[in-house]
Design a protein around this ligand. Structure first.
Ligand code: PMP
Length: 750
């Protein structure tokens, strides 16, 4: 090596030291008082052209920036890049001056560093702006953010499916938010790799950059996004760091509104690029750990990014550069507008209603830049805006959407897949568009099968908003403003071991005895018994253990059928069981499904036995315009796939157990928590007057609203509206659970 170098350059080299390198070799040379970096790269024609172009750029930006960037040192014949045989293989070779300073990555960062970086980078971008380099214009590669989608091929390399979904989410957001405006964005030559190991610091100010190997002709804002990413990805609170940097950059090179408005997505895009390439390298070069060095930080920021959300981040960026924040109507004005045409019979949650704008996984973002932890909504079962579900719907919408009067294979595929989740005797399915439509149809099926009219319903049960649904929902017909109990409805007491008549070990059997006595005492036979396995509107009350088995037997003995309403409890939410009825070791004749089934897309279903379906076939045709349409089937299928791939039932069990343990601990510290019940991610916290079971509605309402003020969403329910309900998306994690419990604790201590 020494001989080669002595021959090539007009230098008297005193020392050669090999340095770390990713896909090329670097050597530190000493010659007299000067230091140099000699770089060799395995020969590749395209790379040779890129290195020549990079060298030309480095030469052009030296003027006025002495010592800030590597300066190409010519070979003896005046060329800056040559190909030589090194250890028997052709290598592209070049020599650069050594740029002195401490790496930003080696320092305990100060806000001055962020400001100085902004100034330095903006000046560099001004120097790069006039350079028009064809090689870079033509280059399309994974590390140029405008081509983020090239990284999609590496998604598979991310082992954890839940993490893969987060990356896929941000890639999808990039398509939706960045690509449509990309033709309007400023483009120029950019440095494209402002990370902490390329930035040098002297006396607390940025003194130089090294490694111009990632130069790109790209959106100017990508430059800003990349620097913001690496500056903040290891920080506890990233936004203030980015703000300091942006303010300084903007002073030298003012940013445009449309650029700032996509910065959130570009920062996420860079994190995704880094994560994808690290995952890919791990697979393709298992011995090279260099590639993954920033992966942990990238995950740390990407997770925070979800929690922060685009609106809060964008507002913070705009504030940093004194750019006006987009004006949004106040909540009162928005509500006034809503109320002009929308009946007040549909309520808004919370004393201070929320103007929701966007949501991702377990987070929801309001119009004003507040991010909420969703500890309540069970409909976005696999997470708000889950990319797999969104993509399934989008793709099928571009192909075919029609109804069940035509044959399409998706219908059979989805039906088969969903039915694998049920005991084999439940082998027929009717697809509809809501839980209400499903329970309505279930009741019709029961009547047509049994030939009877009467229905036994559960106290505080809720099954839907159709007339049939209301008639069979004690929660509604029993309300002071409700329609009252119809003569063909029989209500049985909620087998509640906290506040009900029986609370001991064998309470379930005692409640069952009472229900059976009711069944036996009716004059006319009962067509069906309908109940949720955990009564949601009743205040998250699991039916006392052992209750359903004898009741189901008694109903069947007199010719009726048993319906389990799994609209809230189904699809793995309860953790230990995919369906709530499994916990009671029964198999219903009909199961009603809804809410989580489409992750927010309106689908519901009735699953029943062959015999029940056959009895119904004797009547008039059943048709639902939308039920079972191909788009809904594709979405339903995606939901099932995500539940399995991301092991969300297991997550519900493990996070739910942790969550419940924390809540039980809290109960031991606060006498106002009377009961903590439920399983998996379907929990209820019963607020009481200390020492008894008397409901404390005022406290529950206060707690709900105080949590909302602290950006956590829960709701209340139960006959006294005193039970805090928590039934979050199943991607909820332990850190989320801890946050909820600590916040409840702090509110109760107020
Ligand atoms: N059954 C149960 C147990 C429910 O909780 C609900 C909705 N809250 C329904 C049925 C009705 O579903 P939908 O609102 O989709 O019509």
């Amino acid at each position: 090596m020494e001989r080669l170098l002595q021959n090539l350059f007009d230098l008297s080299i005193s020392e050669i030291k090999k340095l770390d390198g990713y896909d090329n070799a670097n050597y530190l040379l000493k010659a007299g008082d000067e230091r140099y970096i000699f770089k060799t790269y395995p020969f590749d024609q395209e790379l040779l052209e890129i290195i020549r172009a990079e060298t030309a750029v480095l030469n052009k930006i030296q003027e006025g920036h002495s010592g800030e960037f590597p300066r190409p040192i010519p070979f003896e014949n005046g060329e800056f890049v040559q190909v030589h045989s090194v250890k028997g293989s052709a290598q592209i070779c070049r020599l650069l001056s050594f740029v002195d300073g401490q790496f930003l990555g080696d320092l305990n960062n100060q806000p001055e560093h962020a400001r100085s970086l902004g100034t330095f980078l903006a000046k560099l971008d001004l120097a790069l702006a006039p350079l028009n380099v064809t090689v870079f214009k033509a280059r399309q590669w994974e590390w140029d953010l405008q081509y983020l989608q090239l990284n999609k091929k590496y998604l598979r390399a991310i082992e954890d499916p839940s993490k893969r979904s987060i990356v896929a989410y941000f890639m999808q957001q990039f398509d939706a938010e960045v690509l449509p405006i990309s033709k309007d964005l400023r483009k120029q030559l950019i440095y494209n790799d402002t990370n902490e190991w390329n930035v040098l610091i002297k006396k607390d100010a940025v003194s130089g950059f090294i490694d111009f190997g990632d130069l790109a002709h790209s959106f100017l804002i990508n430059e800003v996004a990349i620097a913001a990413t690496y500056l903040s990805y290891d920080k506890k609170e990233p936004l203030p760091w980015i703000a300091s940097f942006l303010a300084a950059y903007h002073q030298i090179l003012p940013l445009e509104k449309q650029e700032v408005e996509i910065l959130y997505y570009l920062i996420a895009g860079r994190l995704c690029t880094s994560i994808c390439n690290a995952a890919h390298s791990r697979l393709s070069q298992p011995d090279n750990d260099y590639a993954g060095s920033s992966e942990e930080h990238a995950w740390s920021l990407l997770t925070k990014w979800l929690e922060i959300g685009p609106i809060k981040a964008t507002n913070s960026f705009k504030k940093a550069i004194d750019m006006p924040i987009s004006s949004v109507d106040g909540i009162e004005k928005k509500i006034e507008r809503r109320n002009q045409h929308f009946s007040s019979i549909l309520s808004l949650s919370y004393a201070q209603p929320i103007a929701m704008e966007r949501a991702a996984f377990q987070y929801m973002y309001d119009a004003y830049g507040t991010s909420y932890l969703d500890a309540y909504n069970n409909i976005p079962h696999v997470g708000h805006s889950h990319p797999r579900v969104v993509e399934a719907g989008q793709r099928q919408m571009t192909r075919l959407n029609t109804n069940t009067r035509y044959q399409y294979d998706l219908l059979a595929e989805y039906s088969e897949r969903l039915l694998t989740k049920f005991p084999k005797e439940l082998n027929k399915i009717f697809l509809v568009n809501s839980g209400s439509a499903a329970s309505d149809l279930a009741l019709r099926l029961a009547r047509s099968y049994s030939g009877f009219e009467q229905v036994l319903v559960m106290e505080h049960g809720y099954h839907g908003n159709t007339q049939l649904g209301i008639d069979h929902s004690h929660y509604k017909f029993n309300n002071s403003r409700g329609q009252g109990q119809k003569t063909h409805i029989i209500k049985t007491s909620l087998p509640d071991i906290f506040r009900g008549a029986y609370r001991e070990q064998d309470a379930g059997l005692k409640y069952a005895d009472d229900t059976i006595a009711q069944i036996k005492n009716t004059e006319k036979p009962i067509a069906a018994f309908i109940s949720e396995p955990v009564v949601g509107c009743g205040g998250q009350v699991p039916l006392a253990s052992g209750y359903l088995k004898p009741v189901y037997q008694a109903i069947r003995a007199q010719g009726g059928i048993c319906i389990s309403d799994e609209v809230q409890t189904g699809f793995g939410r309860l953790g230990d069981h995919f369906w709530g009825f499994e916990a009671q070791e029964v198999v219903p004749d009909i199961v009603v499904l809804g809410k989580p089934m489409g992750n927010g897309h309106p689908i519901g279903a009735v699953v029943c036995t062959d015999a029940i379906a056959q009895a119904f076939e004797k009547g008039v045709e059943f048709f639902s315009s939308f039920g079972g349409n191909p788009v809904s089937c594709a979405i339903g299928m995606a939901v099932l796939e995500v539940i399995e791939q991301e092991r969300l039932q297991f997550n519900a069990a493990s996070v739910g157990a942790y969550y419940k343990k924390l809540l039980l601990q809290l109960q031991s510290e606060h006498a106002s928590i009377g009961d903590v019940r439920g399983s998996g991610l379907f929990l209820g916290i019963d607020m009481v007057q200390p020492g008894g079971t008397t409901a404390d509605t005022v406290l529950a309402q206060k707690l709900k609203n105080e949590l909302r003020e602290r950006h956590i969403l829960v709701s209340t329910d139960g006959p006294y509206d005193n039970v805090i309900k928590s039934k979050p998306p199943l991607c909820f994690n332990k850190h989320n659970a801890l946050r909820v419990v600590e916040t409840i604790d702090s509110v109760l201590k107020m």
